[in-house]
Unconditional design. Structure first.
Length: 169
């Protein structure tokens, strides 16, 4: 209720009370992350863009674990450092303690990007779609799905058997 745009890539909090989504991912649109609050069994009321996480670049693909750790894709610093996955803690309609997702999950070459990611409910695995682009194309040349597990220091490491886990997906 109250939102008339495109709603894509939804995620819901563990208690089912908050819905996150991004608007359309189109070069002509400013892609941002929005949220809505539950008003009934099958309804949510639009609450707006999430404050403090949307940038002037693409911000999309929200994901949240059972402890409120929020993950999303953003191109805010990709041109400078190849980083595209960010995290923070969702509290009272905002994401606080915003930072880059740590670990060996980030690409090392221009033209490669972690396009999408989703966190497992328990927060221990991050599922990542790594795309490769050629010469300014807006369509990836190829994309790989990877599984990264969190280590004892809060950093995500690509699982040694990631390819085997995702081969049939």
């Amino acid at each position: 209720e109250g939102y008339d745009g495109q709603a894509m890539e939804p995620a819901v909090t563990a208690d089912g009370q908050t819905l996150f989504f991004n608007n359309e991912n189109d070069a002509a649109a400013q892609t941002d992350i929005h949220f809505a609050t539950r008003t009934g069994d099958l309804t949510f009321k639009y609450a707006g863009k999430i404050p403090a996480i949307n940038s002037d670049k693409l911000d999309a693909i929200p994901s949240i674990d059972e402890n409120g750790r929020f993950y999303f894709t953003s191109l805010r610093s990709y041109a400078e450092d190849l980083q595209s996955l960010y995290t923070g803690t969702y509290k009272n309609g905002a994401v606080v303690d915003l930072r880059v997702v740590r670990g060996d999950i980030n690409p090392k070459a221009t033209g490669e990007i972690n396009m999408d990611a989703g966190i497992s409910f328990d927060g221990r695995q991050l599922y990542v779609a790594r795309a490769r682009f050629d010469g300014g194309s807006v369509v990836p040349k190829e994309s790989d799905l990877m599984v990264a597990s969190i280590d004892g220091y809060g950093a995500f490491r690509i699982a040694p058997d990631s390819f085997a886990q995702m081969i049939n997906v």
